[in-house]
Design a protein around this ligand. Sequence first.
Ligand code: ATP
Ligand code: MG
Length: 510
Amino acid sequence: MSHQNSGARHPRRQPRDHVGQSDDSGEIPIHNLSESRIIVREDHAISRKDIDPDTLRVLYKLKDAGYESYLVGGAVRDLLMGRKPKDFDLATDARPRDLRRLFRNSREVGRRFRLVHVFFGPKNVEVATLRSMVEASSDGSGDLYVEEDNQWGDLESDSFRRDFTINALYYDIRDFAVIDYTGGVQDLHDRLIRCIGDPQVRFREDPVRMLRAIKFAARFGYTIEAETDRALRELGEEIHKASRFRVTEEIFRILTQANRERGLRLLHDYGILRVIYPEWLEAIGPDGFAQVAEFFAAVDKAAEEERYFPLEVLTTGLFLPLLDTVNVEKDHFHRIASRVTSEIRTLGIRMDLPKRLINSAMELLRGQLYMLFFAHLPKRVRRYVTAPFFDLVLRVNELAFGGVPELAELQATWTDARKALRQPLGGSVGTPDRRDIFSFRGATGGGRHNRGGGGGHRGVLHGSDTEDDDEVGDDAWLEKETAAWEAEDGAPAEGQAEGGNGGNGKGGRR
Ligand code: ATP
Ligand code: MG
């Protein structure tokens, strides 16, 4: 059976009596897919009890109103893999205006295409009308938009405009069959990420698909199919045409999902990092890249034990190699700290990172220097561990240098001082940090507190956030933090000796 997608091949949906037969292995039966592409209820593992109840309600309401009604995309893929889906997307032949009529609690949204959100309290179910192959055109901001009425299509056309075969599977609520036009079930079985149609064409059409291919390959530990792989190698450069917003979003998805290290290495191997973050790659060098990869390997390992870190910590990992040139014997803390933080600022801006993440990375990397330079000064140690962001500093240190024997004693000094405080050590949480980096408001999800027990909270790193905080450059708060945590005990600015008068400096405690 061949699954080479020529782009010209649009297999017709077969009548429902051409169905797969169960096989005893319990695996997804694939032997006669080439005829049917319909996997009946008995032959796949998706059960209604795995589907979110509100999503089911919407599926049934659509069906009862006489519309086609499918679960689609990532949810079908994840359920077939035996994973728990992040969210449930629906597809239907009902038009947005029909949907608005059918669901009173709904709203049309259109970041990339017109979709309808059906609300259930704070939660919503996303419903999309089946689309044709008409390609979205860019409106300049990089967001793709289609307005013409010929945008609507049927199940088949909707399949072929999707990105990868494993993302183009539909679960039909009428008979609980899975419908597969593109060979996605076979590719799930073979653990392959394969573009639908000609990968060269699909990547040129929307270069963000290259990042998505890497994202899915990393997350699931899948192989990128040969033709898709070749196109990625050839077209990596094209990523510079993509919207920076979408690029940043995908990069952070890769850094916050499973197998971060592999994701990062794939981005590097395919030459994507060279195009999107050239100054960063240059600044850290090849050894620096290895160090960053190791940092994310440590994050992966912690995640296997269900320990996760806030975005502030992960972002700081990207800049660790900037510490490499530090020489504790020769350098002055303030001089080196201001050099390193200004490097982060410059690079972070070039990388289009959100300002708050740049700021927190500056603070947390500076914290690494602080730990290095002042471990022998008990007063400073006792004071610094009470800084509201200290737990994040410690987490970065643990991830970055946890396995370095020469630093074990130094680390113990800080950890012991921290543990002497009443509050439990924070800075890691029991669920992945899924905050949207663009509406990021500095709720650390970590810091001194542990979110495991109950929901997010406003964090400690940037308590004074304001709406206009979004453009990069204002670092007044950082200077304030610095003043508060260093000048306080009256230590001379460049001083590496215990501060003079032991008095109550100007910084002020919060
Ligand atoms: P995740 O688990 O990360 O949410 P997903 O597959 O659901 O994975 P989404 O970004 O939520 O990914 O997109 C939903 C579906 O929309 C995809 O499964 C795919 O079918 C389609 N899709 C998303 N982005 C693109 C794109 N750039 N080009 C073509 N199809 C896309
Ligand atoms: Mg999704």
